[in-house]
Design a protein around this ligand. Structure first.
Ligand SMILES: [Zn+2]
Length: 101
C-alpha cells in the first residue's frame, strides 16, 4: 500500500486529499496549500480569480459556473475512491478489542 501521508481538507475548494508525505499539502484540485491561514487562502483565491479573469476576459463570469460545477462532480467521484483507502483505521480498532480479552 502506497504511503498516503496525512489527510487534509482544502480550505479553498473543500476537497479532501492526502499529502502523500510531502511537507506541504497542496490541493490537487485548486493548488492551495491546505495549511495556509484564512488570509493566505483569500489571497490565493484572489490571485487565481484575477488570473482567470485575465485569461478569459471575453467570457462573462456566470458562463463559467456550469463548467465549475461539472468539475466538482468529477472530483467527488475521485474523492470517493480515495476514501476507500482509509479502511485501515477500522481494522486497528478491532485489534484493540482483541487485546482486552
Ligand atoms: Zn482546493
Amino acid at each position: 500500500m502506497p504511503e498516503l501521508g496525512k489527510k487534509h481538507e482544502c480550505p479553498n475548494c473543500g476537497v479532501k486529499f492526502y499529502d502523500l508525505g510531502k511537507p506541504e499539502p497542496i490541493c490537487p484540485r485548486c493548488g492551495v496549500n491546505a495549511t495556509d491561514t484564512e488570509e493566505e487562502v483569500e489571497a490565493f483565491r484572489a490571485k487565481v480569480e484575477a488570473a482567470a479573469a485575465e485569461d478569459a476576459d471575453e467570457v462573462p463570469e456566470d458562463e463559467e459556473l456550469p463548467a465549475a460545477a461539472a468539475a466538482v462532480d468529477a472530483e467527488a467521484d475521485a474523492e470517493a475512491e480515495i476514501e476507500d483507502l482509509d479502511d485501515d483505521d477500522e481494522e486497528e480498532e478491532e485489534d484493540e478489542e482483541e487485546d482486552e480479552d
